[in-house]
Design a protein around this ligand. Structure first.
Ligand SMILES: O=P(O)(O)OC[C@@]1(O)O[C@H](CO)[C@@H](O)[C@@H]1O
Ligand SMILES: [Mn+2]
Length: 435
């Protein structure tokens, strides 16, 4: 058992981002959910009738009750729905109650737990409806994040199309350059997340290609070389996994990375993983994934339509796969996957490399613990290592690992908000798996 494991981030520390998030940001997100639900009243009544209007009132009532519980630091209570994950959620709450020697509370318990619990409670309200049980309160925001980024998307896909026409005859150096570029494009695509902006608009409006060069110095840990060596190794298994994060422009950048990995011959199959329910405002669900590909396919913009068609074929031919697993929306961090979702852990064992996108996945890799920033990335994984893995994360929470001595002090002189504003990032790799 690893010794000196740090404390979990929590709102107990009033100078933490956890405290600011739970006190200020999460209530704003909940208000926006209530407002979205309320605005659907007329539409829902016309389409689904009076019963559905009653369900909207029920959901709105649950959200305002949840907001009050959060703001008055009430105990977290067991879930009342009967979802496939309800049992494991209520088990985790009982475990937390035992560990803490009392009822878990919003401003006391681990930040990771209470923030995930809030999104699961939103789902609890919706799941109890019969007509509106598939409602996604973040749907409009995610779709707008995509449509507002269409210019940037067409520029990016036009570029991808140009290099894909050269890929067959590309040299190893060219391929290395393509990977370097598209790793960074997917990395910075992570700045477009609606949770950090507390649901305020957050789309990509300029060409990300123009920004790459000047953003490169802001990559605090850059393990691209190790990622390339891993991709070049001719391991027998040829699947690569991407654990997705946000819908909208970030998803487009992830699809581009998946295309580059395939066209450069580094994999035969790219397996992408999404969320089983609406999550952290902008995370990708099955309907988001399908809607995005459909929107590309139907676009009047040539490169978007081209890749919409090509990527549909990749899914039909199974050289691309998209699945959702409950594990990504239960409260356990990744060190617990081996025990709480052994089948998923086993599936990752045949992966050449697993890419984890975004800040929440990074927090779960590190257990959302208050590590010393110079702690080696591998140490923070605490045994989670089914395959070589790479985190592509823009910094939006106050934890980090793998920095050089003095690096934190240097960055914070330059930008006091460097851990939270998404302007700094890491490409963190951990090699050889510990099967
Ligand atoms: O995982 P993502 O989309 O990159 O970011 C998730 C996030 O917006 O939510 C949490 C704060 O509410 C932080 O982990 C981060 O700021
Ligand atoms: Mn997200």
């Amino acid at each position: 058992m690893q010794e000196n494991i740090p404390e979990p981030l929590s709102a107990k520390n009033k100078s933490s981002f956890a405290y600011f998030t739970i006190r200020d940001r999460l209530p704003v997100i909940l208000s926006k959910v209530a407002d979205t639900v309320y605005r659907k009243k007329t539409f829902v009544k016309d389409i689904h009738g009076e019963d559905a209007t009653e369900e909207l009132k029920f959901i709105a009532g649950c959200i305002s009750k949840l907001r009050n519980e959060l703001q008055t630091n009430k105990p977290l209570v067991p879930l009342k729905d009967n979802g496939p994950d309800t049992e494991v959620w209520n088990l985790s709450l009982a475990e937390l109650t035992q560990r803490e020697g009392g009822e878990p509370k919003w401003f006391v318990s681990p930040w990771l737990y209470v923030e995930c619990y809030m999104y699961r409670r939103i789902q609890e309200a919706i799941a109890q409806c019969t007509i509106l049980h598939n409602l996604d309160p973040f749907e409009e925001q995610k779709k707008k994040a995509f449509t507002d980024s269409e210019e940037a998307t067409e520029v990016l896909l036009h570029y991808l199309r140009q290099i894909s026409e050269k890929a067959a005859s590309a040299s190893d150096d060219d391929k290395e350059e393509y990977l370097r570029e598209f790793l960074q494009i997917a990395l910075w695509g992570n700045r477009c997340d609606l949770s950090i902006s507390a649901s305020q608009e957050n789309s990509q409006t300029e060409s990300i290609l123009d920004q790459l060069h000047h953003l490169e110095p802001n990559i605090l840990v850059n393990d691209t070389k190790q990622v390339l060596n891993c991709l070049r190794s001719n391991v027998k298994d040829r699947a690569i996994d991407i654990v997705l994060d946000n819908a909208g422009f970030e998803l487009v950048t992830d699809l581009c990375l998946a295309e580059v990995l395939l066209m450069c011959g580094w994999a035969d199959c790219i397996r992408m993983h999404g969320k089983a329910m609406p999550w952290f405002v902008s995370d990708v669900t099955s309907s988001d994934f399908e809607w995005t590909l459909d929107s590309l396919f139907k676009s009047s913009r040539p490169s978007m339509a081209y890749f919409g068609e090509l990527w549909r074929q990749r899914l039909e031919k199974k050289s691309w796969m998209f699945t959702v697993e409950d594990f990504w929306t239960i409260p356990y961090d990744f060190a617990k996957m081996k025990t709480s979702s052994s089948s998923l852990y086993e599936r990752f064992k045949d992966s050449k490399i697993v890419f984890f996108k975004g800040d929440l996945n990074y927090r779960k890799l590190l257990g959302d613990l208050d590590w010393n920033p110079t702690t080696p990335f591998e140490v923070t994984l605490r045994g989670f290592h089914p395959a070589p893995l790479c985190a592509l994360r823009t910094c939006k929470a106050d934890l980090i690992a793998g920095l050089a001595a003095g690096q934190k002090e240097t960055v914070e002189k330059y930008d006091k908000n460097w851990m939270l504003n998404g302007n700094w990032a890491v490409i963190s790799f951990c090699g050889k798996s510990n099967q």
